[in-house]
Design a protein around this ligand. Structure first.
Ligand code: NAD
Ligand code: UDP
Ligand code: UDP
Length: 343
C-alpha cells in the first residue's frame, strides 16, 4: 500500500494553485539549470515545443552548446554562461534545477566543486525561487539510497550511504540538496518538487563520461572490448531519456512534492547489458573484466508505484527499443555524418 507522508501533497499552496488558473495554457518562463547537458537539453526541447520561454544557465563543465544550438535563433530561448555556485537574479515562473555533474568520472574529478554545486548551487536556486515566488524542481538521484539494503527502492527508504567515500561528494551532496529543498518548502512555503532519477541513457550523453551505457556503446562501435567492472553481476535499471523528461514535466505540473522515483524498473546485470549491446551493435564484441570502483552499489531498481499512482507516469521505452536510438547518435558523433548509415 502506498503511504503518503505529510509532505507528499504540496501544502505551500494549501491545495490551491498559487499560479493563475489556466497556467498550463499560459506561456511560462522556465529556468533550466544544467540545460546544456544530456537530460537538460532534452527537457529544453520539450519546453520549447510547448511554447514556453526558456532560460538555460550552465557553466559548460559537462554540457555543450551543441546540445542547444538548434534553439539559438528562437527569441523565446536564452543561454547564460553562469556557475550556480554564484548568485543570480532572474524572473521566471518555474525552475528546473539540474546543474551538477552526473557521471562518477565527472563528479569525482573535483569533489569539493561537486559538493559546492549541490549545496551552494541549490541554495542559490532556492533563494531565487523564494524571491520571485517560482516553483522549484530538484533533480536528485537514486544514489541517495547508496548501496541499498532494501530492494527495490521505495521513496520511504532512507538509504545506506558512506559519508566519507569517493562517491560521497555526489550522494551526500544530493541528500543535502534534498534537505535544503524540504527546509525551504516547510519553513518558507516555497513550492518544491523532488525527483530521484535512476540511471538514464540516450542521445547526447557525453561519449567518454565513463558511465556504463556510454562506455559499452562507444566501445562496441570502436571495435574495442566492453569493459565489465567486477564480476558484472551488479544490477542497474536503465531509463530512456524521453521517459524521464515526461516524468519531470508531470512532476513539475502536478500537485505533489515527492520525492518521486523516476526510473525504469527493468533490471539488468552489467553482463546482461553487455549482451544487449552486443545484440544491438556487434555480436562479436569481446568482454574484458576490470577491477570494480570503490563503493559500487550492488543493485538498484526503482519501485515506481508512487509515480504511477500520483503522476500517472510510467516508462514506455524498453532498453532494447531505446538503445538503437542512442547508438545512431553515438555513431554520428564518433565517426562523423558520412559514416552514419543507420540514421
Ligand atoms: P550532465 O553532466 O549531462 O548535465 C549537467 C549539466 O550541469 C551540464 O550541462 C553541466 O555543464 C552543468 N553544470 C555542472 N555544474 C554546474 C555549475 N556549477 N553551474 C552551472 N552548470 C553546471 O548530466 P545529466 O545526466 O544531464 O544530469 C542532469 C541532472 O540529473 C543532474 O543533476 C544529475 O545529478 C541528475 N541525474 C542524472 C542521472 C542520469 O543517469 N543521467 C541520474 C540521476 C540523477
Ligand atoms: N539568491 C540568488 N538569487 C536571488 C535571490 C537569492 O542567487 O534572486 C541567493 C542568495 O545570494 C543567497 C541564497 O540565494 O546566497 C539564499 O537566499 P535567501 O534569500 O534564501 O537567504 P539569505 O540571502 O537570506 O541567506
Ligand atoms: N560499469 C562497468 N563498465 C564500465 C562502466 C561502469 O561495468 O565501463 C559498471 C559500474 O561498476 C557500475 C555500473 O556499471 O556497477 C553502473 O555504472 P555507471 O557509472 O554507469 O552508473 P552508477 O554507478 O552511477 O549507477
Amino acid at each position: 500500500a502506498l503511504e503518503l507522508s505529510d509532505y507528499d501533497r504540496d501544502q505551500s499552496s494549501n491545495g490551491v494553485a498559487r499560479l493563475p488558473v489556466g497556467l498550463k495554457n499560459k506561456r511560462l518562463r522556465v529556468l533550466v539549470t544544467g540545460g546544456a547537458g544530456f537530460v537538460g537539453s532534452h527537457l529544453v526541447d520539450r519546453l520549447m515545443e510547448r511554447g514556453d520561454s526558456v532560460i538555460v544557465v550552465d557553466n559548460f563543465f559537462t554540457g555543450r552548446k551543441d546540445n542547444l544550438v538548434h534553439h539559438f535563433s528562437n527569441p523565446r530561448f536564452e543561454l547564460i554562461r553562469h556557475d550556480v555556485v554564484e548568485p543570480i537574479m532572474l524572473e521566471v515562473d518555474q525552475i528546473y534545477h539540474l546543474a551538477c555533474p552526473a557521471s562518477p568520472v565527472h563528479y569525482k574529478y573535483n569533489p569539493v566543486k561537486t559538493i559546492k554545486t549541490n549545496v551552494m548551487g541549490t541554495l542559490n536556486m532556492l533563494g531565487l525561487a523564494k524571491r520571485i515566488n517560482a516553483r522549484f524542481l530538484l533533480t536528485s538521484t537514486s544514489e541517495v539510497y547508496g548501496d541499498p539494503l532494501e530492494h527495490p527502492q521505495v521513496e520511504t527508504y532512507w538509504g545506506n550511504v558512506n559519508p566519507i567515500g569517493v562517491r560521497s561528494c555526489y550522494d551526500e551532496g544530493k541528500r543535502t540538496a534534498e534537505t535544503l529543498t524540504m527546509d525551504y518548502h516547510r519553513g518558507l512555503n516555497i513550492e518544491v518538487r523532488i525527483a530521484r532519477i535512476f540511471n538514464t541513457y540516450g542521445p547526447r550523453m557525453c561519449i567518454d563520461d565513463g558511465r556504463v551505457v556510454s562506455n559499452f556503446v562507444a566501445q562496441a562501435l570502436r571495435k574495442e572490448p566492453l569493459t565489465v567492472y567486477g564480476d558484472g553481476k551488479q544490477t542497474r535499471s536503465f531509463q530512456y531519456v524521453s521517459d524521464l523528461v515526461e516524468g519531470l514535466m508531470r512532476l513539475m505540473e502536478g500537485d505533489h512534492v515527492g520525492p518521486f522515483n523516476l526510473g525504469n524498473p527493468g533490471e539488468f546485470t552489467m553482463l546482461e547489458l553487455a549482451k544487449v549491446v552486443q545484440d544491438t551493435i556487434d555480436p562479436n564484441a569481446k568482454i574484458e573484466f576490470r577491477e570494480n570502483t570503490a563503493d559500487d552499489p550492488h543493485k538498484r531498481k526503482p519501485d515506481i508505484s508512487k509515480a504511477k499512482k500520483l503522476l500517472g507516469w510510467e516508462p514506455k521505452v524498453s532498453l532494447r527499443e531505446g538503445l538503437p536510438l542512442m547508438v545512431s547518435d553515438f555513431r554520428r558523433r564518433i565517426f562523423g555524418d558520412e559514416k552514419d548509415t543507420q540514421g
